[in-house]
Design a protein around this ligand. Structure first.
Ligand SMILES: NC(=O)c1ccc[n+]([C@@H]2O[C@H](COP(=O)([O-])OP(=O)(O)OC[C@H]3O[C@@H](n4cnc5c(N)ncnc54)[C@H](OP(=O)(O)O)[C@@H]3O)[C@@H](O)[C@H]2O)c1
Length: 236
């Protein structure tokens, strides 16, 4: 039975990914900042003996190391960096702190830590677990708004943190190739979650089913690409 480790599984896309991998018979290590405050994850935990829940704030790098020590020797087929933060929303929340002229630099650094640096730290901490698995995949959920080709302004903190995460996954595809590890960056589409909002056209179950199919099909030859959830390649 393959194993997936998913960060940010308390709600939204991470929770849906955990649900689908469990339903498919995978062993799932689901991490969440505060599992006690995640009733849907707890319900899943009751339903599936193959689900293992751990508390993890991905911005706490010592905590990542501690979890890696606890999971030492356990193969992880798919390491899924899903946890992410959007930051202040100028339109929806009338909060311009990531717009030109109003940048909150501490907030920006915080977004970078969670969205871009934590996936690197997770890869460093769990690389032996991934290398010991059958599938050997490290996947980070980034966003098409991190595409430099498609950039059209605004939400600078979020966009730059996701561009950095894309750059990370591209580079790791080279650095980890000798160990047989495949990497990928994914835009999940615009999906109804707390981050995506109610106006999003996609439902999480459909988008994540499609995204998981693309993960299933990743090969060493397609490592280091930036994918849309439906298998299209997104320009960097
Ligand atoms: N939904 C979309 O349309 C969309 C589009 C493009 C990209 N994405 C990306 O998809 C991923 C999932 O987003 P979502 O739509 O599911 O958003 P969401 O509903 O806001 O969920 C975000 C998840 O990330 C977790 N998280 C945030 N900071 C964390 C930290 N420091 N440590 C651990 N967990 C943390 C949250 O945990 P708490 O419950 O503890 O806050 C929550 O589980 C994100 O990386 C996001 O940027 C989403």
């Amino acid at each position: 039975m393959p194993t997936a480790l998913i960060t940010g599984a308390s709600r939204g896309l991470g929770l849906e990914l955990a649900r689908q991998y469990c339903a498919d018979g995978w062993r799932v290590i689901a991490t969440a900042r505060s599992p006690d405050a995640a009733p849907e994850l707890q319900a899943l935990d009751q339903q599936y003996p193959s689900l293992h829940v751990h508390a993890l704030d991905v911005a706490d790098f010592a905590a990542i190391d501690a979890l890696a020590r606890a999971l030492k020797g356990q193969p992880i087929d798919v390491l899924l960096n899903n946890a992410g933060v959007f930051g202040p929303k100028a339109k929806a929340e009338n909060d311009p702190r990531q717009e030109f002229g109003h940048m909150d630099y501490d907030m920006w650094a915080g977004l970078f830590r969670t969205n871009a640096m934590a996936p690197m730290k997770m890869a460093e901490a769990f690389v032996d677990n991934v290398a010991a698995s059958t599938q050997k995949k490290i996947v980070t959920i980034t966003s098409s708004v991190g595409s430099i080709t498609q950039a059209n302004g605004r939400t600078i903190a979020y966009r730059t943190s996701k561009s950095a995460a894309n750059m990370l996954m591209r580079n790791l595809s080279f650095d980890l190739k000798p160990r047989g590890i495949i990497t990928a960056a994914f835009c999940p589409g615009w999906v109804k979650t707390r981050m995506g909002g109610d106006a999003a056209p996609l439902e999480a179950p459909d988008a994540m089913e499609s995204l998981r199919r693309v993960i299933d099909d990743l090969t060493p030859d397609t490592s280091g690409q930036f994918w849309l959830y439906d298998g299209e390649i997104i320009p960097w």
